[in-house]
Write a protein that binds this ligand. Structure first.
Ligand code: ADP
Ligand code: ASP
Ligand code: MG
Length: 420
């Protein structure tokens, strides 16, 4: 099999590169991205470039919509927010032309990135890559708008926040690119968000499974669907800085690759986006979990952690977490549709919680990680409200105000600090 050497100047490859919002945040920065692309072109590589909207633009557009409709119509919202990326593709193509590089931009719809019709969180179903291939053959750099597609009925759709990562990886999968390079404002995947823990350390590699957990547990450096795509189609995925000239960034590896970093814990993820709900005095009989969570699922609300206490006196308490944005809605559903039917005592909840998770494939072969985590938190007087585990992660819910402290002390306790 042809094995591409990432930094080799001699071998010619097809790269899909994605540049995020900060990296294209001004015309100066767009020119900088064009200069970087020019270097790859000079080495003879073929390039498909995916860009995000300029930083802050998607938020600005969403706020604009909310000035008109507090709960914007999803179809129209997609028509509007997809314009952010339409601006940057054209600007980047122009910047490339100024460097005498042939370039052409396409929106998601023009490529025909076919998605389902779930507006604002659509999934990519199919990519028509013929046009891109023809352009590459004709010597063009192809610039594609991230975060968007089109459904069967020709409605513009968007892929959820951070969705340009997914456009990049999906294009890399469709084109069988040699590597998908996600250029961002940090020079790789760190043991935790370096904005919260300055001692965080860049990882040379992280396994696909770990990255999937980190992304799903709140590390927004890669959108989770991009990681899913990379896993499914075995895309060689790398995260790098768009501001630094040198550096290998972080490569997402598969466990059967041989050059894995062997650490018990690879990283710590955290998430402030959740809210916790507890139903008190739930009659303990078969079917009760379904009676509670069925209507919640019917309302398209995703439930994350679930805890049911041991019953005494025939009743139990039932707790679960939902996305913070769904908190009020879920409480209303419970009060109006569920409590009266199941005969529970009350429903209480709060959105001042955070989830902190330690992640590492090494957990499979090391006992005592959970107890160490709980001891470290106890020593800081941090109360654990909920716990969930999987083979390679342990998550706890704590009071939001202790989140950063929890991340910092765990980072140190698990020897992740770069100074250690
Ligand atoms: P882009 O606009 O390029 O898509 P994002 O803001 O989506 O960039 O993602 C990059 C940010 O992700 C970083 O600035 C960093 O604060 C944050 N981040 C969170 N967790 C991590 C992590 N484990 N490693 C690196 N960055 C992380
Ligand atoms: N512009 C979109 C967002 O802000 C998509 C992306 O940047 O990946 O979420
Ligand atoms: Mg992003």
């Amino acid at each position: 099999m042809f094995q591409f050497q990432a930094r080799s100047v001699n071998s010619v490859a097809l790269f899909v590169q994605k540049y995020g919002g900060t990296s294209v945040g001004s015309t100066e920065r767009i020119k900088n991205v064009a200069r970087r692309i020019a270097k790859f072109c000079a080495q003879g590589h073929e390039l498909v470039v995916v860009v995000s909207a300029m930083s802050g633009e998607t938020n600005r557009l969403i706020a604009l919509a909310k000035e008109i409709q507090s709960n914007p119509d999803p179809r129209e919202l997609d028509v509007m927010v997809s314009t952010g990326e339409q601006v940057t593709i054209a600007l980047l193509a122009m910047a490339l032309m100024e460097l005498n590089i042939r370039a052409k931009s396409y929106t998601g719809a023009q490529v025909r990135i076919l998605t389902n019709n779930a507006h604002t969180k659509a999934r990519i179903l199919k990519i028509d890559e013929d046009r891109i291939r023809a352009d590459l053959k004709a010597g063009y750099v192809v610039v594609v708008a991230g975060f968007q597609g089109i459904d069967e009925a020709n409605n513009i759709t968007t892929l959820g926040r951070g969705g340009s990562d997914t456009t990049g990886v999906a294009l890399a999968a469709a084109l069988k690119a040699d590597e998908c390079q996600i250029y961002t404002d940090v020079n790789g995947i760190y043991t935790t968000d370096p904005r919260i823990v300055p001692e965080a350390r860049r990882l040379k590699t992280i396994t696909f499974e770990e990255m999937l957990e980190m992304a799903s547990l709140g590390s927004k450096v890669l959108q989770i669907r991009s990681v899913e795509f990379a896993g499914k189609y075995r895309v060689k995925l790398r995260v790098l800085s768009s501001f630094e000239e040198e550096g290998d960034g972080t490569l997402i590896t598969f466990e059967d690759d041989d050059n894995m970093e062997q650490a018990v814990i690879s990283g710590i993820a955290f998430n402030r986006d959740e809210a916790k709900i507890t139903i008190l005095g739930v009659p303990d009989h078969p079917g009760i979990a379904y009676q509670i969570l069925g209507p919640v699922a019917d309302a398209n609300i995703d439930v994350d952690m679930i805890i049911q206490n041991v019953s005494h006196d025939g009743t139990t308490d039932f707790s679960f977490t939902v996305n913070r944005g769904e908190f009020i809605n879920t409480m209303n559903i419970l009060r109006d549709k569920i409590l009266p039917h199941i005969g529970a005592r009350d429903v209480i909840g709060g959105d001042k919680i955070a989830k902190v998770s330690v992640v590492g494939v090494g957990m499979r072969s090391h006992a005592g990680i959970a107890s160490k985590m709980f001891r470290v938190l106890a020593e800081e007087g941090i109360n654990i409200q909920m716990i969930t585990t999987s083979e390679i992660k342990i998550s706890v819910v704590v009071d939001e105000k202790y989140m950063e402290l929890a991340v910092r002390v765990l980072h140190k306790a698990f020897d992740l600090d770069q100074t250690l």
